[in-house]
Design a binder for this molecule. Structure first.
Ligand SMILES: [Zn+2]
Length: 298
């Protein structure tokens, strides 16, 4: 911007900047949460053994008033287990199942070119879960953005758009453009949930440009660098971004290792703290409403 801002605009900007002190003591958000990034991996519970059998996992979910989860797991048996568990129904938790692209650790760095992954996805989609059909693919990772153009990555993105499946992608901002370019709609109709909204911390201006370019791009906020400031409150630039795009952000636990299960209460408490920095209607959307709308939950 090259023009000199009028005094009024400067004053408004100044007030916005000092606002944190005004909302710093805001009460925590107390409503329901939708955990949009939950893994139930083999080391948590393999069907016979592990520290977090369904009763343990569901107890954590339930006591944090998490009413719905995007569930995915390495391998997919974990999601199948959660989707079928009597404890899930008893806890009143809705499972939104995603097909994970990983059978094992080796698949993390090879899925985008491995035809057997494509076959595995087809088999899972045909099979569905006890909580209904799969609603998405992922989480998947791209450690090198260029792998978004791998042959299997391209096929999976096209499949996701055609079947109206969401995609949970742990990728950088460059890969967002590449994945979107591979969608039949060129990104206008692909429901892409950006895990961590860029774990490398691209600037908010870049995040905003991507939100503008792709109407169905959603940002999931676990581990997001720069999101929270002193006392776990929202940093001003992130508060401004969320207020500008209240329909585009969601929260998740990312239980990628068992330590995240043991810290589940703390993670959710952290979300509730900064959600309290937002107007009540916006907090409700980030915590629950945006994801509920995406998957047609009441
Ligand atoms: Zn994850």
């Amino acid at each position: 911007m090259k023009t000199i801002a009028p005094i009024a605009a400067v004053l408004v900007a100044a007030c916005t900047t000092i606002a944190p002190s005004a909302y710093g003591q805001a009460p925590a958000y107390a409503g329901p949460l939708f955990d949009t990034h939950l893994h139930y991996n083999q080391e948590a519970w393999d069907g016979n053994t592990g520290p977090y059998p369904p009763a343990e996992a569901l107890a954590r979910i339930q006591r944090n008033n998490v009413k719905a989860i995007i569930a995915n797991s390495r391998p997919n048996a974990g999601t199948q287990t959660l989707a079928a568990a009597r404890e899930t129904r008893a806890a009143g938790v809705t499972v939104v199942p995603f097909v994970r692209l990983y059978r094992n650790r080796d698949d993390y760095t090879n899925w985008f070119r491995d035809e057997t992954i494509y076959e595995m996805v087809q088999t899972e989609l045909a099979r569905g879960t006890a909580s209904g059909p799969y609603r998405g693919l992922g989480e998947f990772h791209l450690y090198d953005s260029a792998d978004a153009n791998g042959p299997v990555a391209k096929k999976l993105i096209a499949l996701a758009e055609q079947r109206k499946l969401a995609v949970l992608a742990h990728v950088d901002d460059v890969a967002i453009d590449l994945l979107m370019a591979n969608a039949p709609s060129k990104g206008q109709a692909l429901r892409l949930i950006w895990a961590h909204t860029g774990i490398g911390g691209p600037p908010v201006e870049r995040v905003q440009a991507l939100l503008e370019r792709y109407p169905l791009l959603m940002g999931e906020l676990s581990y997001r660098p720069g999101l929270t400031c002193e006392g776990g409150r929202l940093c001003p630039e992130w508060r401004a971004l969320i207020l500008k795009y209240p329909g585009r952000f969601m929260v998740g636990s990312d239980t990628w290792v068992n330590q995240r299960w043991s810290a589940y209460d703390e993670t959710m408490r952290g979300y509730r703290t900064w959600l309290g920095d937002l107007p009540a209607d916006v907090a409700q959307r980030i915590a629950w409403g945006n994801a509920a709308a995406l998957f047609d939950l009441r």
